[in-house]
Design a protein around this ligand. Sequence first.
Ligand code: C2E
Ligand code: MG
Ligand code: MG
Ligand code: MG
Length: 281
Amino acid sequence: VRRAKKSGHTEFYHTRAFDLAREQFAIETELRRAIENGCMTLNFQPICDLGTGRITSFEALARWSNDDGVLISPNAFIPVAEESGLIVPLGRWAMEEAARTLAEWDARAGGDCGVKLAVNLSAIQLQRDQIGAMVKNALDRHAMPGSRFTLELTESAIVSDPDRIAQTMSALKDLGTTLAMDDFGTGYSNLAYLQKLPIDVLKIDRSFVTGMLADRDKVAIIRAILSLAYALGMQTTAEGIETPELAQTLGALGCTYGQGYHYSRPVPGDAAFALIEAFKA
Ligand code: C2E
Ligand code: MG
Ligand code: MG
Ligand code: MG
């Protein structure tokens, strides 16, 4: 709200910034309630071995269906959650729900169901929450070993506080988790961190994969990422595989895993469990 002094009295009028702030606040209020009232869900998208086509893990992706039943994209609510600090309770909920779901799948399978789960951690969450303790508590509550989980971080987490992130990452490694660098290649960051941090997997950003079959520059970048990962002893996952040709090409280039609509869109937990059973048969 801007104040305008006009002949002795003060008028208030809305600015575009105010409208945006008000809308942001409305989303924030609704999101806070959604987290508190259990209105968030996780969907799961398979990550497959590009050599064998087998499902090795699933990425857990948050979904919010608002009061009107409209599904809101994480690309809309994650930034709001990050700016408002709601990413801390949201991230705690996602880790807890992921651990609960994998324990449930194991129970239904009568033992280790054979897949791992990947959970996204925001840079803001890493700055503001005690991530090591948070993850350990979620694992303990469901008697799950850390080795069944991958934690996906983005380069923004490293840029913001390299020393602290190194400690946090080694605490997460001590729990037995796998660490993946998400959206790799889009973060404009200094590559020196790759030799200092305990990263196991580079996830090649979808923007390089989409259209790569008709774009030699994209192929060149993907080859460079693959050889960098190979030289550093890391595995690779390509995001955004939408066609069998992309799966075939990326496998031939030496990429380890693939994820994308070619295999499956993100699906609710029961449908994900059905995919595991179907692939076993
Ligand atoms: P991400 O971690 O890079 O997740 C992959 C995104 O790519 C997902 O979008 C997925 O649905 C989409 N995707 C997968 N395969 C394909 C494909 O073949 N083609 C296309 N066009 N898209 C594909 P989604 O679920 O909308 O999530 C967007 C982003 O929101 C995620 O990107 C992640 O950064 C963030 N996010 C989602 N859930 C969480 C969460 O629980 N915590 C945090 N911190 N971030 C989350
Ligand atoms: Mg991710
Ligand atoms: Mg990603
Ligand atoms: Mg991405």
